[in-house]
Design a protein around this ligand. Structure first.
Ligand code: C5P
Length: 395
């Protein structure tokens, strides 16, 4: 079964700090990822961002007071924490963190944190001196001891003009941390090497042969594998995408460099997943200087590149190898043939007209048992299904 966030409810607690403005973007991301978001703000948070903004973005009324009579049983602290799959407090001020440590319950947000029966995650945001203060550090250690997840803080420029630790993590990073939090750790202890993106083969210093692969599918596989607990190394080609979190990423732009990087890192890997669109051919020679326009025609001699995946699968003690077959016709037949030729336990077949550069993908998994078509889904959802299938095969 695909793990989906569609049925999850997040209580997003917002406390008083300038980073509260970023909570607006966080709500948008949560909603985009199909979470139901219930915002609870402290009085101080309302000085920084309005409840109306948060209500409009979350699509739900915002709660601030213990004495709000919108909750039918008159017990918002119990009712809201009952509905929650997790409470995320972002930003969490130094004062609010101190309250959590002491189990205080003098407003709605602190009371529902105390009354919760679900995981609590906090994203501290404060001035660097406040963060470094021994009192705050003691409090953070206590949060860890109480099994509260502390996300960040980040280092960098602060609203007060100082530079240092104390910035709230960016909304994208918090979103990612939440996704990881909800992902079962089915690949814990597994080492996984992944290639992703297009390669780029130089013709001369300013020209190159590449292809239209965006790298989105490979990056999604790397991110979801890391979320599932794997120790992931990503070798990526020509791509401008933001790199996945908690993954060792190495750039290797040409097919030859990618080959070298894979061979350097493949020992001790449990799994190798070749998602990269590796060029089949590259210029036999790359001109050292820019080629000048002279003749009416120009011939570039191409030489065949080594097949990284096939060579990894032929190693004496190969990792579990997963291939991708992006085809424009006879998709299943061609992928089945590739699985056989490259000696792969699992191959993922897809039609290039659906996948290339797109946010969605529709793939069919082919293994010894047969073909397993998956629905049209976002690339992270497809990655999740591929990796769950793979985890079943590994166990
Ligand atoms: O043979 P074809 O290029 O269609 O095979 C695609 C699969 O092989 C993908 O998994 C791709 O990452 C991998 N591959 C490779 N090295 C190459 C060519 C393809 O690892 N030189």
């Amino acid at each position: 079964m695909i793990s989906t966030s569609s049925s999850r409810t997040i209580v997003l607690g917002i406390t008083g700090g300038i980073a509260a403005y970023k909570a607006a973007q966080l709500v948008r991301l949560l909603v985009q990822h199909n979470y139901k978001v219930q915002v609870v703000m402290t009085e101080a948070a309302c000085q920084f961002i309005t409840p109306v903004t948060m209500q409009a973005l979350s699509g739900n009324p915002v709660f601030i007071s213990m004495w709000d009579n919108a909750i039918p049983n008159g017990m918002p602290h119990i009712e809201l924490s009952r509905q929650a799959d997790a409470i995320l407090v972002a930003p969490a001020s130094a004062d609010f963190i101190a309250k959590l440590v002491h189990g205080r319950a003098d407003d709605l947000l602190s009371t529902l944190c105390l009354a919760r029966d679900c995981p609590l995650l906090v994203a501290p945001a404060m001035n660097k001196q406040m963060w470094e203060n021994p009192a705050t550090q003691r409090n953070i250690a206590q949060l860890h001891a109480d099994h509260i997840t502390v996300l960040g803080p980040d280092a960098g420029e602060q609203a007060c003009g100082e530079v240092g630790l104390g910035r709230m993590l960016e909304p994208d990073d918090l979103m990612q941390a939440l996704q990881a939090h909800f992902t079962p750790k089915r690949l814990l202890g597994k080492r996984i090497l992944i290639t992703a993106g297009a390669t780029l083969e130089h013709i001369d210093p300013v020209r190159a042969i590449t292809n239209l692969s965006s790298g989105k599918m490979g990056y999604a596989i790397a991110q979801v594998a890391a979320n599932m607990g794997a120790d992931v190394t990503l070798i990526y080609g020509h791509s401008t995408l933001a790199l996945p979190a908690h993954v060792t990423s190495i750039q290797a732009t040409s097919a030859e460099r990618m080959y070298q990087a894979v061979m350097q890192h493949v020992s001790n890997q449990d799994v190798f997943i070749g998602v990269a669109a590796v060029a089949d051919y590259s210029p036999a020679q790359s001109a050292p200087q820019k080629i000048k326009k002279s003749e009416d025609t120009l011939t570039i001699e191409l030489k065949k590149n080594k097949d990284i995946l096939a060579d990894v699968a032929s190693l004496p003690n190969p990792p579990f190898c997963v291939g991708f077959a992006a085809e424009s016709e006879q998709v299943i037949a061609q992928a089945t043939q590739k699985r056989f030729t490259k000696k792969l336990p699992l191959i993922v077949a897809n039609d290039i007209s659906v996948a290339m550069g797109n946010e969605l993908n529709q793939v069919t998994l082919i293994d010894d048992v047969g073909t397993h078509p998956l629905p049209l889904l976002s690339k992270p959802e497809v990655a999740s299904l591929i990796l769950q299938h793979m985890a079943n095969m590994l166990n």
